[in-house]
Ligand binder design. Structure first.
Ligand code: WTA
Length: 651
């Protein structure tokens, strides 16, 4: 479907869902938030920050934008992020409230109260200190979704050190690149984790990553989880449980400056090298807490919240760790996949813990839709009262299914648009305030200013389409790309001056509501996860068999987009293997180089690639082919026969 067809069919979606009066009666957010923020944007954020967080030393300054694009928020204030997520809840009498209900994939469970979680983090902070970790040091966390992963993040934060969580599905190669870029001195990992009914090894990948590279790492802390055998490097590797045993649960959280770095999270950009998105403390925590409370209508005394994201992604940082814990929420975390040991596992968990707020990705919803409503209907989902989605556009059919089948036709749905770079939700309905439209992320949150512009910077206005920008600095904005200020400026701030360019296409409808249309750059969105075409192309050409490669994201009913690769083989390999064998080898190779999520769905072996006269691969044409469409305008091609040759070859 072309972009204009896509938007035409979206805009035919006319169902509207106003908030119910019952919901509004107890709603956390009211329309007054927009008025307050509209009247005094910076004052609004300052008030939110003071109300939501504990500042050891109060700030007097809100925003310093004197050196754009490098923002400072609340710069003269001091706080401790871990104290905000833990100690203060205990000190204020909430120690007995459950912070985490952990559900392991094999069925083991553990609940930790705020008092217990605080004690564990204090012990871990003492352990990390004893291993020499201090402010500003980098720690890689490469773990399954188990309580220790969260304990590790909060312990690192407590010391003013910087964590970089690497998703457990990434390969040893990807891990090594991230360790090297961050120059991390420590890795916290597990022997393995549980996934799809078996144990996947993590420590092995760490060993591989450290074997001939990643020389900055001095210590590897290993949590016992999978029970799988591991190799051991004496002096470098330490068992978490052995080291934690003698530690005392007494540790004072020292305040740090608001701009002290909190974490680096790597994400795909338009080049082969992932970028380390840098977030700092005070502004980040303010917006994570504000959005978590208002977008999800959090009543921390009674709600049970569940966000299905892994901590390896930004959603896991902001809406599993920092937002919910800063707000004193009770939440569920689940280690495994939705279909293990049966396809109703998620719904069973909702029934078991009486989950009230549920936040997941459209891909998951579409997968469940395919499996059929009989599965969720076997479970009691009546506890649910707010549903959210994130990561990719949600098609109206999936939105309606989510509301009807999971939400019992009553729950508000918030479709939240944001990015690793924005740190927290930027565009979303507010339940209790907004009349929702299936398929649209709708309105910027109070205190957030956005616009949709043409390529030369003109506002498109209502009923226009263009590029999404953020026009004013926001508290949880990225502070840079780790070690690469130039790339930071170039990527986000070169297109429209001091307005942030998000990389997404968007359409405004007649009410000025935003409809997201996907990436406009060479970044793909596979199941809500960002991957760059360049990153996979460079992995493909690193294979001895490949001469050239081009990768495109083709639309896919379940995963949103799917990776499709076109490869030219080196002449000595042509004809030596069947296309199926080439495909199998290259898929495995990409999994080894990047991780299983990056595996191409389809590999086409071709003789040539369509290029412009300046030698740029015309991905648009390849996308047409990959999606089985009539090939579009080919006038800028060097050789128009190439396309015919490719498409004929594929028939
Ligand atoms: C896409 C995930 C449409 C978008 C939090 C963005 C969305 C990228 C939505 C960021 C949404 C995220 N509707 N598209 N509600 N949410 N996206 O960094 O293309 O993993 O630029 O952050 O996901 O992906 P990231």
């Amino acid at each position: 479907m072309s972009e204009s067809q896509k938007i035409d069919s979206l805009l035919r979606e006319e169902r509207r869902f106003p908030p119910s009066p019952e919901f509004q009666k107890n709603a956390i957010a009211g329309a007054d938030l927009y008025e307050q923020a509209g009247a005094d944007r910076l004052g609004f954020w300052a008030t939110q920050s003071r109300e939501l967080l504990h500042w050891h030393k109060p700030f007097t300054e809100v925003l310093d934008w004197s050196n754009p694009p490098f923002a400072k928020w609340f710069a003269d204030g001091h706080l401790n992020v871990s104290y905000n997520c833990l100690d203060r809840h205990v000190l204020e009498g909430r120690g007995d409230r459950v912070a985490l209900h952990f559900e392991g994939e094999p069925g083991d469970t553990r609940s930790l109260t705020y008092a217990e979680l605080t004690a564990e983090v204090k012990k871990a902070a003492n352990l990390l200190t004893s291993l020499g970790l201090g402010q500003g040091d980098r720690v890689i966390i490469y773990m399954p979704l188990i309580p220790e992963a969260i304990i590790a993040m909060l312990a690192v934060a407590r010391l003013g050190a910087i964590h970089s969580v690497v998703f457990g599905g990434f390969s040893a190669e990807s891990l090594r690149a991230r360790i090297d870029d961050a120059q991390a001195s420590m890795v916290i990992t597990a022997d393995g984790g549980h996934r799809k009914g078996s144990v996947f090894a993590l420590k092995t990948a760490v060993d591989q990553a450290l074997e001939d590279g990643a020389t900055s790492v001095e210590k590897v802390l290993v949590v016992q989880r999978g029970g799988n055998d591991v190799d051991w490097v004496q002096g470098r590797d330490l068992w978490w449980h052995e080291e934690m045993a003698p530690m005392v649960a007494d540790h004072e959280a020292k305040p740090f400056e608001a701009e002290n770095p909190l974490f680096i999270l790597y994400t795909s950009g338009t080049t082969g090298k992932p970028k380390g998105i840098l977030h700092t403390s005070g502004g980040y925590l303010t917006q994570a807490a504000f959005t978590h409370k208002n977008v999800f209508d959090l009543h921390p005394e009674t709600d049970v919240y569940w966000c299905t994201a892994d901590i390896g992604w930004i959603t896991g940082h902001s809406y599993v760790v920092y937002g919910p814990l800063a707000n004193g929420a009770t939440q569920v975390i689940y280690e495994g996949t939705p279909d293990t040991p049966h396809p109703g596992r998620w719904w069973e968990i909702i029934e078991k813990y009486k989950v009230t707020i549920f936040y997941t990705a459209p891909t998951a919803i579409r997968t469940f839709m395919k499996l059929g409503r009989e599965i969720p209907q076997k479970f009691d989902l009546s506890s649910l009262r707010v549903l959210g989605t994130v990561g990719e556009p949600i098609n109206p059919e999936a939105w309606i299914w989510y509301r009807e089948v999971i939400g019992g036709n009553t729950t508000p749905i918030v479709d939240t648009w944001w990015q690793t770079e924005t740190g927290a939700i930027m565009i979303s309905a507010l339940p209790g305030v907004t009349t929702t439209k299936p398929g649209s992320a709708q309105v910027p949150l109070p205190g957030v200013s956005i616009d949709v512009l043409t390529e030369d910077g003109q506002q498109v206005g209502p009923e226009g389409g263009g590029l999404l920008v953020i026009t004013e600095p926001w508290p949880s904005m990225l502070r840079g790309i780790w070690g690469d200020d130039e790339r930071f400026k170039e990527t986000y701030w070169s297109m429209f001056g001091d307005r942030y360019f998000a990389g997404d296409g968007a359409h405004l409808d007649k009410d000025n509501d935003v409809w997201l249309l996907g990436r406009v750059d060479d970044v793909m969105n596979i199941s809500g996860h960002r991957l760059s075409t360049m990153e996979i192309e460079s992995a493909l050409v690193a294979h001895p068999m490949t001469a050239e490669a081009a990768v495109v994201g083709a639309s896919d009913d379940t995963t949103g987009q799917a990776v499709v690769a076109f490869v030219i083989l080196k002449s000595r390999f042509v004809g030596t293997l069947s296309d199926e064998e080439v495909t199998a080898q290259l898929r495995d190779w990409v999994a080894q180089q990047i991780g299983a999520i990056a595996k191409p769905r389809t590999v086409f072996v071709v003789a040539e690639l369509p290029k412009t006269r300046s030698g740029k691969i015309m991905r648009r044409l390849l996308r047409d082919i990959a999606e089985g469409r009539e090939v579009g305008d080919t006038t800028t091609l060097t050789d128009t026969s190439v396309i015919r040759v490719i498409s004929d070859g594929l028939k």
